[in-house]
Every structure is written in structure tokens, then in C-alpha cells.
Design a protein around this ligand. Structure first.
Ligand code: NAD
Length: 309
């Protein structure tokens, strides 16, 4: 029988069960421990995974049997929990990895020193749509990339991070993954529209080399959920709408040079759930003791941009 990796999940609120479902569906992991502080979530965990040990304190996880710890507790707890485990095992942390750059640098250092992988769940970089668009950009199939506009609106209001660390982290991880570059200029306006604890709305402008301009709007508060990115090229546009169930990528190709008429194409893209792709990536990385995506200071560079914003 094929050996499965043993997993502990810390935080079984909104996102934890989604991660658990994907680890289960991959057939490469056994869920050994689920940890939460709230009784209601512990009962839910027991119902979902009767064979797992369900506990309320992550310090009681028996690490001898664990290959991966998944941290899906609130953002303000990530640093402390990841630091506790990284010396002994691989860790996947929900986005954002931490709430400031010095915490991120320290976690990266520990991961390197103890040769344990540190993964972060930036789900969109594992989506079929973003990976399809990456190829179009790299192969210049629509010419030069001139402009990107991203609208990311409606999400749970967070008490322990502002909208930049909570939502813009998705845009910055996508940009880093697509462009493999960092912006030379950063401007932003952020404000609090709801008397909450943190800024809930932000407009961000990033300038990259070759006059590429990126405009980002993030807001937790919106009556409709928006996850749309528009890419403008010399020979057409791509609209990526992660809310679409099938046609997430729409290509509008100019019919002639300098024309304002476009022919629309709906390419077939890989619709595998991004979290399942992430889980498969993690299982391969643990098996091969590698971590291609996260090894080149990916997390540090993303966090540096968030901090500047
Ligand atoms: N990748 C994504 O697209 C995505 C989506 C949603 C949330 N998230 C991230 O996931 C994290 C959790 O978000 P959520 O919406 O699931 O929050 P949530 O509040 O619904 O769930 C967090 C759970 O952690 C538990 N918890 C708190 N402190 C704990 C501790 N010390 N030990 C064990 N359990 C503890 C809480 O009881 C709660 O059940 C956040 O960092 C958030 O940014 C990521």
C-alpha cells in the first residue's frame, strides 16, 4: 500500500475545512490532527473526520508522526504557530504569511536553517486561468503587455489585518508569479469606510519596467463579489473572471493592427480547483525535498511590496 503523508490542520473555521477537503481528495495525505479553539468547530471536525485526533491546543500535536502542519487560524496567529513547528516539520500557512516583513524574514530563515519547506496558500497562482495567462504573456501571443487592472471586492472583514495584507496579497502574489518582477514605483490610497478597526478599501498603482502600469482596487465591502483582472496588450485584451464557473478567461483579439474591433475567444482552461493543485504541488515538494515556487524569496518579495503599500 502507498504511504500517505500525515497532516495536522490548525484552525477549522471558514477556510480550514476547504483545505481539509482538498487534502482528503488528493489521496496523498491522511488528516491525523485537527486543532481549533472553539467547541463548535471541534464538533464539526469530529463529524467530518471521525478518525482524526481532534484537540484544542496545537502544542499537543505529536510531531513524530507529522509531515505537514497547515495553519489556517487567524492571520495574527500565523507567525507564532509557524515558528513553533518549522524547526520540526514542513508548514503550509494561509495567506498572508504574517503581518509584517520582519516576521516573514524570520520564518524564511528558520525554514532554510532546518530544511523544512514553508508553503503559503496563494490560491490563484495555482489556478488554471492564471497559468493560462502566464503562457500568453511569456509567449507574447497578444503582443506587449501594457496595463493590468484588478478588482477584488467583497470578503470577510478582518480584525487583525488591513485590506492590503488580506486581499491585495492575492494581487501581489499573482503579479509576482506572472511578471517575475517587482514594481519600481508604488502609490496607494487606503481608507476606512466602515468605522472598523482597519482600512477596508484601497486603490493601488504600481509601475513596472517597460511602462507597464498596474491598477488595483481592493475592498471588503461591496454588495457583489468581484474577482476580475483585465490585461491590456498591444494586440488585444484578456479578461479573467474567477467568479465565472467555466469561461474564466476571455480573449479579445484585434481583428487588424490598430483596429478597434475584436474577435472574442473562450479558451479551454484547466478547471481543477486551485487548492487541489496546491496540495499536489506540496506532496511533490515534500517527496522530492524541493520547493520551486517558494524558494527564491517569493514570500519575502511579496511581503516587501505589501509593506511598502
Ligand atoms: N487563501 C485564501 O483565499 C483564503 C481565504 C479565506 C481565508 N484565508 C486565510 O485563512 C485564515 C483563516 O481565515 P478564516 O476565514 O478561516 O477565519 P475563521 O475565523 O473562520 O477561522 C479561524 C479558526 O481558527 C481558530 N483559532 C483561532 N486561534 C487558534 C489557535 N491559537 N489554535 C487553533 N485554532 C485557532 C478559530 O477558532 C477559528 O475556528 C486567515 O489568515 C485568512 O486570511 C485565506
Amino acid at each position: 500500500m502507498k504511504m500517505k503523508f500525515k497532516l495536522a490542520i490548525i484552525g477549522y473555521g471558514y477556510w480550514g475545512p476547504k483545505l481539509a477537503r482538498n487534502f482528503l481528495n488528493s489521496s496523498k495525505f491522511d488528516i491525523s490532527f485537527i486543532v481549533d479553539k472553539h467547541k463548535k468547530n471541534l464538533i464539526k471536525a469530529k463529524n467530518d473526520f471521525p478518525l482524526a485526533k481532534i484537540i484544542d491546543n496545537y502544542k499537543n500535536i505529536d510531531l513524530d508522526y507529522i509531515d505537514l502542519v497547515v495553519v489556517s487560524s487567524p492571520t495574527s496567529t500565523h507567525y507564532e504557530i509557524a515558528k513553533f513547528f518549522l524547526k520540526n516539520t514542513n508548514v503550509l500557512v494561509e495567506k498572508p504569511l504574517a503581518i509584517n516583513i520582519s516576521q516573514v524574514v524570520e520564518l524564511e530563515k528558520i525554514s532554510r536553517k532546518f530544511r523544512n519547506n514553508l508553503f503559503v496558500d496563494y490560491p490563484f497562482i495555482f489556478s488554471g486561468s492564471i497559468n493560462y495567462i502566464k503562457k500568453i504573456i511569456q509567449q507574447k501571443r497578444l503582443g506587449k503587455l501594457l496595463e493590468i487592472e484588478s478588482y477584488r471586492e467583497q470578503a470577510p472583514v478582518r480584525k487583525d489585518a488591513n485590506v492590503i495584507w488580506d486581499l491585495c496579497v492575492h494581487d501581489i502574489s499573482i503579479l509576482k508569479y506572472l511578471l517575475n518582477d517587482d514594481p519600481s514605483k508604488i502609490n496607494s490610497i487606503k481608507y476606512n469606510t466602515s468605522n472598523g478597526k482597519n482600512e477596508d478599501t484601497a486603490y493601488v498603482h504600481l509601475q513596472y519596467r517597460n511602462q507597464l502600469n498596474v491598477f488595483i482596487k481592493n475592498s471588503w465591502l461591496s454588495p457583489v463579489k468581484i474577482r476580475t483582472i483585465k490585461f491590456k496588450f498591444t494586440n488585444g485584451f484578456i479578461i479573467c473572471d474567477e467568479n465565472e464557473s467555466i469561461y474564466k478567461v476571455q480573449i479579445y483579439r484585434k481583428t487588424k493592427k490598430n483596429s478597434l474591433n475584436y474577435k472574442m475567444e473562450l479558451p479551454e482552461i484547466d478547471l481543477t480547483e486551485p487548492l487541489l493543485n496546491l496540495v499536489n504541488y506540496i506532496s511533490k515538494s515534500i517527496k522530492n525535498r524541493s520547493n520551486k515556487i517558494f524558494k527564491k524569496k517569493f514570500n519575502i518579495e511579496i511581503s516587501k511590496i505589501l509593506q511598502k503599500i
